[in-house]
Design a protein around this ligand. Structure first.
Ligand SMILES: Nc1ncnc2c1ncn2[C@@H]1O[C@H](COP(=O)(O)OP(=O)(O)OP(=O)(O)O)[C@@H](O)[C@H]1O
Ligand SMILES: Cc1ncc(C[n+]2csc(CCOP(=O)(O)O)c2C)c(N)n1
Ligand SMILES: [Mg+2]
Ligand SMILES: [Mg+2]
Ligand SMILES: [Mg+2]
Length: 330
């Protein structure tokens, strides 16, 4: 690194929006000072991405790393039904990393922050002898009851937004570029892995129309469904034929002789939302989502009991365990 710590911070913060309607003091002091509107509650969440575990040179360009780190954090605010507002970015920087790498990473931060009208109000830089890591904290707000994992009730519909499995399939393709694939599918899958779109508008529709629970898909559908089932004390019964697996992921799976459903269950990093709603609330959610061209698909029902059970097209049932992405597998 050529710049000293303070020069580096100045250089990076000059590349991103640092002010906003709720920012009183931005990244210039010991702490940021933020305001919220009367009747709002603050939402805050943090996530870390680290070289090797979350990205490799062949899977993510520097821009993608900055973009996706912030996207993953904003996705947690989306899952609560809130509005993301401010972001803090802490970097662990290997000493041989070129400044242009960090500038490109910050261009990715800028891209997604600008899209969601978020300000970067702080962060940290440290040197590390290990791989690059990026910790992102996002602050948001909501004036509605936040969407929790614990509200699913027997009789509710289980739903998912968008199409899933495409990020995991994209990773598979990026790690094995010689896999047979249609070039158009390859381009879509790469994009879905590198630049996921947090479902902020969908989350706000879900909270406005009274969804009973919600979670974002970071570790995989199997993992997130199990989180909702266990937090709510219910069983989720999923009809596998209804799961909206992205067509490019289906195609890649078929060409590899793999079950494309596995990309949806266990691939993770789709950053779509999965949740539950009473049949009445679900009808309202569907109507409002459709009017905004947002796909919401019923994939199952909430029952009494525990765990997640999949029903296959031939009528057979199987328990789906939470074996998605796990940093510390047992
Ligand atoms: N080191 C920690 N100290 C305190 N709380 C933690 C710690 N790590 C995780 N948590 C909390 O545990 C809960 C579950 O964390 P988890 O990381 O599974 O959520 P997530 O961010 O939605 O998932 P993902 O990390 O896959 O994006 C969150 O409320 C999180 O804040
Ligand atoms: C090189 C490479 N190997 C594996 C993966 C897959 N991956 C890493 S973390 C994670 C879950 C979400 O992270 P977290 O739980 O930390 O929020 C997933 C699915 C990847 N992206 N890159
Ligand atoms: Mg998260
Ligand atoms: Mg987390
Ligand atoms: Mg989450």
């Amino acid at each position: 690194m050529k710049l000293d710590e303070f020069g580096l911070i100045r250089n990076l913060t000059s590349r991103v929006p640092t002010t906003g309607r709720h920012v009183v003091v931005g990244p210039t002091d010991d702490a940021a000072v933020l305001s919220i509107e009367p009747g709002e509650q603050v939402l805050v969440s943090t996530d870390t991405m680290v070289g090797g575990a979350h990205f490799l040179p062949e899977t993510m360009a520097p821009f993608d790393i900055g973009y996706k780190a912030v996207a993953a954090s904003i996705s947690d605010i989306a899952a609560m039904g809130g509005e993301p507002r401010q972001v803090l970015v802490a970097l662990g920087i290997p000493s041989d990393l070129e400044p242009v790498f960090l500038e490109a990473l910050y261009d990715g931060v800028c891209d997604i922050c600008s899209y969601f009208d978020c300000a970067v109000v702080g962060g940290d830089v440290v040197r590390t002898d290990g791989p690059l890591f990026v910790n992102t904290t996002v602050l948001g707000a909501t004036s509605r009851p936040p969407l929790l994992r614990s509200g699913a009730k027997p009789g509710d519909v289980v739903f998912v937004t968008g199409q899933i499995g495409s990020s995991g399939a994209g990773l598979d393709f990026l790690l094995h570029p010689k896999l047979l694939i249609d070039p158009a599918d390859g381009a879509v899958l790469k994009e879905r892995h590198q630049r996921p779109k947090p479902q902020v508008t969908a989350g706000q529709i879900l909270s406005l129309e009274g969804a009973s629970s919600c979670d974002d898909i970071s570790d995989g559908l199997a993992s997130e469904l199990n989180e909702i089932a266990s937090a709510s004390g219910v069983r989720l019964r999923i009809e596998t034929a209804r799961i909206p697996v992205h067509v490019a992921a289906r195609n890649l799976g078929r060409l590899q002789g793999k079950d494309p459903l596995d990309y949806a269950w266990y691939g993770g990093e789709d950053y779509q939302l999965v949740g539950t709603a009473s049949p009445f609330a679900f009808a309202r959610i569907l109507a409002r989502a459709e009017s905004m061209q947002i796909q919401v698909t019923q994939i199952g029902r909430v029952m009494q009991g525990d765990g997640v059970v999949a029903e296959f097209p031939d009528g057979t049932l199987d328990v789906i365990t939470a074996k998605g992405y796990n940093h510390f597998p047992g």
